[in-house]
Ligand binder design. Sequence first.
Ligand code: ADP
Ligand code: 5GP
Length: 195
Amino acid sequence: MANSLKKGTLFVISGPSGVGKGTLVSMLRQNHPEIKLSVSATTRNPRPGEINGVHYFFLTKEDFKKRIELGEFLEWAEFSGNFYGTNKNFVEKMLKDGHNIILEIDVQGALQVKNKLQEAILIFIEPPCFEELKLRLLKRSTETEEEIQKRLAVVKSELQQKQEFNYVIVNDNLDTAFKNLENIILKEIDGIKNK
Ligand code: ADP
Ligand code: 5GP
């Protein structure tokens, strides 16, 4: 039957910077192109290769603040000195049209979504240990040493929030973590469809 009768499911994938959220989400999208990804807005500078409208909508702080006032964000947060936010209209429309949708956002944003949409499924991606997380950020080489330290400084408090999430996945072996994520998502979609 047409999707129009069924609301989609909102999945929120969160966890510390460098844990592998982006990697897991891109694997998910390759295997399940029917699941939509919300493209966030941010005030941080694009990394080499990042495209406006594909990886993020890159905004000035002024523009971002204007959009906060206009109520354009479902959630927004300041992370490591920059603003990040999810477009409310996009998410509402996708869900209304019956699409399953993924947000890849920080822990503060994930908790805001949970407060607003109790039916959202929150998935926390956890590193095997702090040292491995640090290594991944260093190896990724997308941030300066100072920026990496800023991101690592909030990891402890982010990990303390993991009990607020519906699921926790440890991203140690990438393929195992991906299988876990895929199983959770398919199970939730199937469970809701069969309710
Ligand atoms: P996030 O989106 O959470 O900031 P990324 O997906 O960019 O994290 O991953 C950070 C770095 O760690 C990337 O270089 C990625 O290739 C690597 N990575 C991701 N998952 C694993 C894993 N399971 N084992 C080793 N390296 C990983
Ligand atoms: P990065 O600068 O590494 O792309 O992202 C930094 C952090 O911001 C990551 O944890 C990422 O998931 C998060 N993030 C990306 N988009 C959003 C968003 O729309 N809202 C919130 N709250 N966090 C976001």
